[in-house]
Design a protein around this ligand. Structure first.
Ligand code: FES
Length: 571
């Protein structure tokens, strides 16, 4: 690659002066030759590899393969680490740090002399955090995902990440499974590198990245350890160099149309409720007008992908059945025309797609469930909205009225949920407060509250649950999530008392607290906000600036982008 086109990186490495000397000389201590700085595209490989993010443990090796592709295409690859977010390892919740990762990604991309970026992510919050940060800088950007783990195996059966943890733990509480068996399933569940192999948040976000055309086709479902993922990473390295040549910036791919395609795809794959907060936050960075209402677009799309938690198969099966290209082919009549990292319309992603297992990927004519997209709920209990995932809920509870039993905090829930005298029955609506963005803080995945032990023992496996929290993408149940405004921001959720009647109608999009306005007003006068749980550092910054779930829970001062050149030097 000998092109002399002036690139962004030349403002670092193309100068014949003291600043140019400093930028080049220190890089040369790694053995890079002169021609690495001859004006060729410099490609940043933004890596969230970490041993504390086990889902991303394959990314170190994958980065080396991306580099091969970059060199082959005449570019110069430079890998850099950013904060990694291990969903299963971080307390109080990885979501608290999604915006911090996004800041790290944004500032790293902007501060270094690179022309394009490959985002290596996978575990739940790493993909959205990277996309948010990259969107605020708007260089040519492409994603390589970790890929899912191999199917979990235990006692001769497939078991799914997360989904079977929730099922097994309820079986232990019901006395149907021994603690020894429960512990023995651990190693069989997670038996290779990669992300959760259910259609949890990680595989959801990877699927939506593919539907948005922000990666090469088939990226979402190829198992982490499949050699074809390495080949895809190699090809991605080649493609990002071409994207720089074509000046194919992220904003030419990430558009309102591509986000709408993501919403449609989320319905078809039975994707995670977490996609809502992430897509809203990504749209905010890209200055695209996306609101909760736009998610109603997916309401009539049937569930096509038969993967846990909405179905029975796992991501390995989804891959072998044909993966996202087949889903995009089925959705063809609904998808918006939208550009992709290939520089072609999204329809190119399903060229030649063929379904090899019609039970794993259903057709529009024979779906797993009709009209399975997420439902947006409104009413006096959630003036700014809430959501529910009907495909993972119990049909008989989707139109339900019951009296509330209120847990004022997560500690209250943990202390009392197993009380034998808890005054609840299968019609009770469990309410949990204090788990929103500000309150917890970080909006953890606790919305799928455990069923009270006294009911589990009677065989009850689902109830209506309402909170300002999120739910793991691997979880299931008739769970109303993301109630906005949250209790700690003074939302009506803060005013609910045990015994109040609550009405849910998912089809009509209603979430109603059947208490008079006058009574609510009286309760509001008595309400005092809880003191924040943190008073210093990033957590304080987060509590002070986080927006509510209906705005994607980004920090208010991070919305939008700054694409100005960095002109000031360090010395
Ligand atoms: Fe990392 Fe599920 S915990 S992807």
């Amino acid at each position: 690659m000998t092109t002399k086109k002036t690139r962004r990186s030349q403002a670092w490495y193309g100068k014949q002066d003291r600043d140019g000397f400093i930028h080049r000389s220190w890089m040369k201590n790694q053995g890079f030759p002169d021609h690495a700085f001859d004006g060729r595209p410099i490609i940043g490989i933004c890596n969230t590899w970490s041993e504390l993010t086990p889902c991303n443990s394959g990314l170190r090796a994958l980065a080396e393969v991306v580099k091969r592709g970059v060199w082959e295409a005449g570019g110069f690859p430079v890998e850099f680490p950013v904060m990694s977010l291990g969903e299963t390892q971080m307390k109080p919740t990885a979501m608290l740090f999604r915006n911090l990762l996004a800041m790290d990604v944004e500032e790293s991309i902007r501060a270094y002399g690179i022309d394009g970026v490959v985002l290596l992510g996978g575990c739940d919050k790493t993909t959205p955090g990277q996309l948010m940060g990259a969107a605020s800088v708007d260089l040519p950007t492409i994603v390589v995902s970790s890929g899912p783990m191999l199917n979990g195996k235990w006692q001769g059966q497939n078991i799914g990440s997360g989904t079977d943890v929730w099922k097994f733990s309820e079986s232990v509480r019901a006395g149907d499974m021994s603690l020894q068996d429960f512990m023995a399933a651990e190693a069989g569940m997670s038996r290779s590198a990669g992300v959760c192999m259910t259609m949890g948040t990680a595989s959801t976000m990877a699927s939506l990245v593919e539907a948005m055309g922000l990666c090469l086709p088939t990226n979402a479902a190829l198992p982490a350890v499949d050699a074809r993922r390495a080949a895809l990473a190699h090809l991605t390295g080649k493609r990002i160099v071409e994207m720089v040549e074509e000046d194919l910036c992220m904003s030419r791919v990430l558009t309102k149309a591509s986000l709408e395609n993501a919403i449609l795809a989320n319905a078809a794959v039975g994707g995670s409720t977490n996609a809502v907060v992430h897509l809203l936050a990504i749209a905010g960075r890209a200055e695209i007008d996306l609101s909760l209402k736009d998610f109603e677009l997916g309401g009539d799309i049937p569930l096509l992908v038969n993967c846990m938690p909405s179905g029975k198969y796992l991501m390995e099966d989804f891959c072998y059945a044909g993966g996202m290209p087949v889903v995009l082919k089925e959705l063809a009549g609904h998808l918006r025309p939208a550009n992709t990292v290939l520089g072609k319309d999204i329809s190119a992603y399903s060229d030649g797609a063929q379904c090899f297992n019609s039970d794993v990927i259903r057709s529009f004519d024979a779906p797993l469930k009709p009209a399975a997209g997420l439902r947006v709920l409104r009413g006096n209990l959630a003036p700014n909205g809430a959501i529910i995932k009907p495909s993972a809920a119990s049909d008989h509870l989707l139109d339900h009225e019951g009296s509330a039993y209120v847990f004022e905090s997560i500690e209250d829930l943990k202390a009392n949920i197993d009380r034998p005298d808890l005054p609840v029955d299968e019609n009770t609506v469990l309410v949990l407060k204090g788990c929103g963005p500000k309150g917890y803080p970080g909006m953890p995945e606790v919305g799928n509250m455990p069923i009270p032990r006294c009911l589990v023992e009677k065989g009850v496996r689902d109830m209506v649950r309402v909170s300002d929290a999120r739910m793991s993408g691997t979880a299931f149940g008739t769970v109303v999530l993301h109630v906005a405004p949250e209790a700690n921001a003074g939302g009506p959720l803060a005013l609910v008392k045990t015994g109040d009647m609550i009405r849910l109608n998912a089809k009509e999009g209603v979430l109603e607290l059947k208490v008079s306005e006058a009574e609510l007003e009286a309760r509001r006068k008595d309400w005092t906000p809880e003191a924040p749980h943190y008073s210093r550092g990033y957590a304080k910054l987060y509590i002070d600036h986080v927006m509510q779930a209906d705005r994607g829970a980004d920090l208010d001062f991070l919305v939008g982008k700054d694409t100005r050149p960095v002109t000031r030097e360090s010395h």
